[in-house]
Design a protein around this ligand. Structure first.
Ligand SMILES: NC(=O)c1ccc[n+]([C@@H]2O[C@H](COP(=O)([O-])OP(=O)(O)OC[C@H]3O[C@@H](n4cnc5c(N)ncnc54)[C@H](OP(=O)(O)O)[C@@H]3O)[C@@H](O)[C@H]2O)c1
Length: 237
């Protein structure tokens, strides 16, 4: 049991986009609470570094190569997950890309499609493929953004709006299994994606991702705060 009271001893949790940024911070926080991690990303060298940090916390950690833009890769990663663990008590769908920003009518439609493949279509496919592994009463976190549906944010806004709809649908469809599906918006955090979206910003003015992981941990540890959470407001009321 840690200072925040959350224990995840032995809980098997799959995290996408765990090689850096918010996903890596979530992975390290889960490791510190005793979870058994299945970490995924396309860049397995970065992933191995994060896995090393997690193992230093004493947790079990499996690495899975996963490219959400490739149906074949998603299917292979899901099969690999099933070989690694019989059940998942938690899933954190965190991976994402920005894609083309700016007005939609000026964006290359193929580039929009490629971003949505990662931000939405691949996530749907992954959830379908791992659904038999997801335990009753599991926690499923979809990492969303304040940019969901927002003008000027291009493919990213479309993908995140779709991801939030996916969360609402699965929350209802999986309610009989007691699965908590929660969309969590970390808010601005100091990562590669944030720097790409806001090159004018001084990164020192943005909080590090580790300061915004608390609601993810709470959901995986059994809380159900409702369908959508702003991490920056977590614990304030
Ligand atoms: N940073 C913010 O201020 C902020 C604000 C609101 C929401 N978010 C959300 O938080 C999540 C994490 O963002 P971040 O800021 O940590 O971004 P990041 O630093 O760019 O990390 C993105 C992660 O997604 C993985 N990824 C990218 N393309 C992938 C693909 N095709 N298949 C599988 N994995 C892929 C990356 O790993 P590889 O490159 O190794 O595959 C990486 O681990 C995203 O969903 C983002 O929308 C971030």
């Amino acid at each position: 049991m840690t200072a925040d009271g959350a224990t995840l001893d032995g809980a098997r949790v799959l995290v996408t986009g765990a090689s850096r940024g918010y996903g890596a911070a979530v992975a390290r926080a889960l490791a510190a609470r005793g979870a058994h991690l299945l970490l995924t990303a396309t860049d397995t060298a970065h992933l191995a570094r994060v896995a090393g940090q997690c193992r230093d916390e004493g947790c079990a950690c499996d690495l899975l190569a996963l490219d959400l833009s490739s149906a074949r890769s998603v299917d292979a990663a899901a099969a690999e997950a099933a070989r690694a663990v019989p059940r998942l008590e938690g899933v954190v769908l965190n991976a994402g890309v920005l894609g083309p920003m700016g007005p939609l009518d000026r964006a290359d439609p193929d580039a929009i499609g490629r971003a949505i493949d990662v931000d939405l279509t691949g996530q749907v496919r992954l959830l379908q493929r791992i659904s038999p592994l997801i335990a009753d009463r599991a926690g499923v976190v979809l990492v969303t953004s304040g940019a969901a549906g927002r003008a000027g944010y291009g493919a990213y806004a479309l993908g995140k709006a779709g991801l939030e709809a996916l969360g609402l649908m699965l929350r209802e469809e999986w309610a009989p299994r007691g699965i908590r599906v929660v969309a969590i918006n970390p808010g601005p955090v100091r990562t590669d994606m944030r720097a790409e979206a806001h090159p004018e910003e001084d990164p020192a003015t943005v909080p590090p991702p580790a300061e915004r992981v608390a609601p993810v941990i709470a959901v995986l540890a059994g809380d159900d705060p409702g369908p959508r959470v702003q991490a920056s407001e977590w614990g304030l009321s």
